[in-house]
Design a protein around this ligand. Sequence first.
Ligand code: ADP
Length: 419
Amino acid sequence: MKLGCIADDFTGATDLANNLVRSGMRTVQTIGVPGGDAPAGADAVVVALKSRTIPAAEAVAQSLAALRWLRAQGAQQIYFKVCSTFDSTDRGNIGPVTEALMDALGCDFTIACPAFPANGRTVYKGYLFTGDVLLSEGSMREHPLTPMTDPSLVRVMQRQSRRRVGLIEQAVVRRGSEAITQRMRELRDAGVGIAIVDALDDADLHAMGRAFATLPLLTAGSGVAIGLPANFGLVPSAGAAELPEPQGSRAIVSGSCSTASNAQVAAFLARHPGRGFAIDPLRLADGTDMAAQALDWAAPRLGSEPLLVYATAQPEAVKAVQARLGVEKAGTLVEQALAQVAAGLVHSGTGQLVVAGGETSGACVQALGVRSLRIGAQIDPGVPWCHAVTGNGQPLHLALKSGNFGATDFFDKAFEVQR
Ligand code: ADP
């Protein structure tokens, strides 16, 4: 293993893995810290934790457990993947986890850079922009768990770190990797332990990638990953995304109610009349076994033409259901039913499964007993096909699409790229 990564959430892990594959690294994502050895033939392993908003001490403990496993597997460099909007509070968890990893690795200097220009996340003079506005002026200001009201990453990071936090400005980054290396040396000599790094475009990410070759630890969003594979002598290649041949029938399970998923479900139903089954949360709450009904409906229809089982609904319908059942209960009921459907479909021979919805994906992956995913080619930005083996030993191609990802024809496109 060349690069060992620790991601603070599941979809963030996939986002990083996707960038690594596109830059030439064969990558496996694991769900939590694996019990056994790393799968053979992976250049990078991304351990997906759910540590973004848990208490800092727990996030540190889980991250250190991941670090121990990655090092035991021979990882040469460690990448702590955080959100591109630097989701955290003054208590953490980016600072405490970064410093715990530095302590464990015996390293006195690292960088922190959430920039991902391709997705509109840029850093200038230490200030993070989302699209055209400062972080604190965008929707992250209102985030329920990690409201980001200070756009200065130097200040944000300093409030959650013991070490001194500094800045490598874009004027330096623009001059290339040697200038960055020189600046890192100066900052370290001046007693800085963690440096925020500016980046406005992919050229900046490639320059810093070269400069970071010898750092034992990087704290970053998924953008910095595009400059790292070259340090290990790897170049972008189709081979990095190669997965075993897809087999079995094709199905989609959607529990996402985002605007994009609603449009994707509508487009699929229009193109494939009679090949959709809707799960009604109110009937689930009445005790109707809608998962069994969906599986009975699906059984004679399974084949190469995909079918869709969905709870996806428009915001007014979702609100009405939530008012009746409560937000938590509605969410859990639907997630459990869809997870049961996913497991049943795979049991009946589905070998290519698309799941829409972040929480829905988590529930399905758990029900399927999937512990790790090999990352393949991208379908739409940020959503790759993956290959997994279920808890029952069945091979499965999976595409896990969170909320607003993917074009309107995403579901059909997913199966078309498989051909
Ligand atoms: P996204 O990635 O779009 O946020 P998630 O799967 O993470 O999608 O979240 C959607 C949530 O909404 C899940 O908890 C799901 O169970 C729930 N849900 C799905 N359909 C409905 C519905 N018709 N009514 C109420 N809740 C629903």
